[in-house]
Design a protein around this ligand. Structure first.
Ligand SMILES: [Zn+2]
Length: 58
């Protein structure tokens, strides 16, 4: 899988599901690693603390 420097390495935790970008392993920045965010259409919501983000990183 390692094939030299990959500027898109951060995308390794992303996958394409159909025509939708699916984010995997998104942790809540408030609760910290271990608490996954609920993935909605274009935003992420933490079901624990209520944190939500709709920022697009592209
Ligand atoms: Zn949280």
């Amino acid at each position: 899988m390692s094939d030299g420097p990959n500027p898109r390495s951060k995308w390794s935790k992303y996958s394409i599901d159909g025509d939708s970008l699916v984010r995997k392993g998104e942790f809540c920045p408030v609760c910290g690693p271990g608490v996954f965010l609920g993935i909605h259409n274009d935003r992420k919501v933490c079901g624990k603390c209520g944190y939500n983000s709709n920022d697009e990183e592209e």
